[in-house]
Design a protein around this ligand. Structure first.
Ligand code: MG
Length: 454
């Protein structure tokens, strides 16, 4: 069984996030730092994205850590996968001040464990209880921590990614990078350039007001990137979210690449070289099963959330299984040979490797993928957990996964019914290669649950 989700009071699936000044305050940041240093001895890496509130909140986190007796390595502004890479084996934990793809008025904190993965639910619940109970282990004057700068360590991440690929693999390839004024401005252009690409950039100035586009790399926000890909005759454009654990693409014709298509193409490239298991949440498109079947690989499903994917990959490997790839259908992809976290810089580099290997345009590869259509519904339900259990009974002969809600498969059509973690509603997704089959299955499920809705 994969890690099951556990209830947390403050932290969500991707750390804690809130509006600066009301929900995300220096006091909270300080207490998170203090709680983390109470749980871990030794040194803690601290990094941040480019948000205007990042510097102040990072100072607060560091104050909490230092006064509870741990040392701080301040990595400054950097992508979260870079912090995870640098920290692993060097520090006892990490804290990243970021709100990922949220708008500029938000900020938050993600906690990284000593192995470079996001801290698991059980440990986060322990951290929350220290934070709420105030059980901090304040250090005496001669035991408080010290801080040193680790800004120079960023080069190791860039070298780490580049060293995974043959020299000059991107020679002759034009590419455009849109870091969205976030920390990937410091890494992805250098990575792609060191692979041999000619790199153009847009929104590559560090700016927490996000003047060019919001941190979420949406199709509407990437118009400038799309235009530049076409005008420079580039092979692709790549954009990152606010902490650069995700990468999304624009193809050579200037079209936004749906993230499940990105996942499938990169999975196809990896599985063509190495057979094994692909790990992904239950909400991912069936396209990934098509790719796996083509190469005799298999798909292992987890609850929704990258931490469950990363931990499941490690668990399978520890059990002697061969895991070749993992990730989510939102451009957050995990390369087990490199590290067990979503990595936007590595994904940008992998796209160069994929195009170099195939010697075909990204647009034509995308056009060759099987077409699926997706229907999404939100249903208000006070008794959402009971409703999920009833669905599992009603469709028991077709249920293929129960790790997060109910996944039901019927030939090339599948559905997922999940309860919201925070609101009284359930989410229904139905995907099929035949729109009529998807609509009919969606209606059948809606009819089946209608009597259960109050
Ligand atoms: Mg992110």
């Amino acid at each position: 069984m994969s890690d099951q989700k556990m209830s947390k009071r403050l932290f969500g699936t991707n750390g804690i996030r809130g509006i600066v000044g009301t929900e995300m305050t220096p006091d909270l940041a300080l207490r998170i730092g203090a709680a983390l240093a109470t749980m871990r001895r030794g040194s803690i890496a601290v990094g941040r994205d480019t948000r205007t509130s990042g510097e102040g909140l990072a100072h607060a986190v560091k104050a909490g850590i230092l006064m509870c007796g741990c040392d701080v390595i301040d990595l400054g502004i950097l992508p979260i996968p870079a912090l995870q890479y640098i920290q692993r084996g060097r520090c006892d934990a990490g804290a990243m001040v970021t709100a990922s793809h949220n708008p500029p008025q938000y900020n938050g904190i993600k906690i990284i464990d000593s192995d470079g993965t996001e801290m698991g639910d059980a440990e986060i619940i322990r951290l929350e209880s220290i934070l709420f109970d105030g059980g901090f282990s304040a250090a005496s004057w001669d035991q408080v921590g010290t801080e040193r700068s680790g800004a120079h360590l960023l080069d190791r991440y860039i070298e780490g990614v580049v060293s995974r690929f043959p020299a000059g693999i991107g020679d002759g390839m034009n590419v455009v990078v849109d870091p969205g004024s976030g920390p990937a401005a410091l890494t992805t252009p250098r990575i792609l350039s060191q692979l041999g690409c000619r790199v153009y950039t847009v929104n590559a100035q560090l700016d927490g007001r996000f003047p060019g586009r919001l941190p979420e790399p949406s199709p509407e926000g990437l118009k400038a990137l799309s235009e530049m890909v076409v005008s420079t005759g580039s092979a692709f454009g790549v954009a990152h979210d606010g902490d650069a654990d995700r990468a999304v693409f624009i193809d050579d014709q200037g079209r936004y690449v749906e993230e499940n298509h990105e996942f499938a193409l990169i999975a196809d490239h990896i599985c063509s070289q190495e057979k094994g298991i692909i790990v992904t949440p239950v909400s991912t498109s069936r396209l990934i099963e098509d790719v796996a079947e083509k190469y005799g690989c298999s798909v292992d499903y987890t609850p929704v959330g990258s931490i469950y994917v990363a931990r499941r990959m490690k668990e399978l490997i520890a059990a002697g299984e061969r895991v070749v790839f993992g990730g989510e259908g939102n451009g957050g992809l995990i390369y087990p040979g490199f590290q067990f976290c979503r990595d936007g810089g590595m994904t940008a580099a992998m796209m160069v490797a994929l195009l170099a290997a195939r010697r075909a345009d990204l647009s034509s590869m995308l056009d060759d993928l099987p077409a699926y259509c997706l229907i999404k519904e939100k249903i208000s339900a006070e008794n959402r957990h009971e409703l999920i259990e009833r669905c599992a009974d009603l469709f028991s002969s077709e249920v293929t996964d129960l790790s997060d809600g109910v996944r039901i498969s019927r030939g090339r059509t599948w559905a997922l019914i999940r309860a919201s973690g925070t609101e009284p509603l359930v989410r229904l997704m139905v995907e099929s290669d035949d729109i009529k089959a998807a609509e009919a299955f969606c209606r059948e499920i809606m009819d089946a649950i209608a009597p259960l809705l109050g």
